[in-house]
Design a protein around this ligand. Structure first.
Ligand code: SAM
Length: 243
């Protein structure tokens, strides 16, 4: 049997949702409002939320009147998201490493560091090619990634927290180009180990990916107030690119 990658298991657990519960609907709504306001997509635009999780962004995009599809690898996340389906909002299990199929979109969003999980740059290039192939000509791709340069410099090596009686012991370190977060979960007498391993992709890496695919970079922002990106100080790396 093939070894499961960390991203195939961790995001499917209730512990992931407990640890990140501060990344909530309000944050998602504010970020979507900023993007929608900036992009000014026509109301007829079809939008894909790629790696949508439980659909916190997708739901709000649909509430702006757009037809939205959410794709995610995690069956549990898609199950939760499907409860909110309506005529404008649909969800499907989909692995971004595989071609997405025939559906075409006018915009694809990939939000809250939902990228960088694969072992090689070639895998990431493949996923971005699938995004490109799923877009109509003139379509827009927005990726909201961490600023790996700043994270590398300001890594908090250890942290522990208790949420709803569950204890999390977290270790963070940089390893061979990856930002690694090891998470030990203690829930009553049960102990579990999880890991996040995100490739420390930089603006230069994304530029190289996009140039290979013929995506044009239009904007590079450093936060959801849409201030220009600064590698030393920005919280996020948000790229807006066009097919
Ligand atoms: C950090 S979570 C963010 C989820 C959502 N964008 C949000 O902000 O709530 C990353 C998501 O990526 C999904 N994911 C991981 N690998 C994937 C893949 N190969 N294809 C599609 N989705 C994937 C996970 O299941 C998880 O829901």
């Amino acid at each position: 049997m093939q070894k499961e990658e960390w991203y195939q298991t961790w995001f499917d657990t209730d512990y992931y949702h407990l640890l990140y519960r501060h990344r909530d609907i309000t944050e998602a709504e504010n970020n979507i409002n900023a993007l929608i306001n900036f992009l000014q997509l026509p109301k007829s635009a079809k939008i894909l939320d790629l790696a949508c999780g439980t659909g916190r962004h997708a739901k709000h995009i649909a509430s702006h009147g757009y037809a939205v599809t959410g794709y995610d690898l995690s069956p549990n996340n898609i199950d939760k998201a499907k409860k909110f389906e309506n005529s404008l909002l649909h969800f499907e299990i989909k692995d971004m490493l595989q071609p997405f199929g025939n559906k075409k979109f006018d915009a694809v969003f990939n939000l809250f560091t939902s990228f960088g999980y694969f072992p090689s740059k070639q895998n990431h290039q493949t996923a971005l090619q699938h995004v490109y192939d799923s877009l109509n000509t003139g379509g827009t791709f927005v990726i909201d990634f961490l600023n790996s340069t700043k994270i590398k410099q300001q890594l908090v090596p250890q942290e522990s927290k208790e949420i709803d009686g569950v204890q999390f012991f977290i270790k963070r370190f940089w390893d061979a180009g990856f930002i690694v977060k090891q998470i030990i979960v203690k829930d009553k007498t049960d102990v579990y180990f999880f890991e996040e391993k995100v490739m420390g992709l930089t603006l230069a890496d994304f530029t190289a990916f996009f140039n290979t695919i013929d995506f044009q970079i239009e904007n590079v922002f450093g936060n959801f107030s849409l201030h220009p990106f600064d590698e030393k100080t920005s919280e996020r790396l948000i790229l807006v690119v066009k097919k």
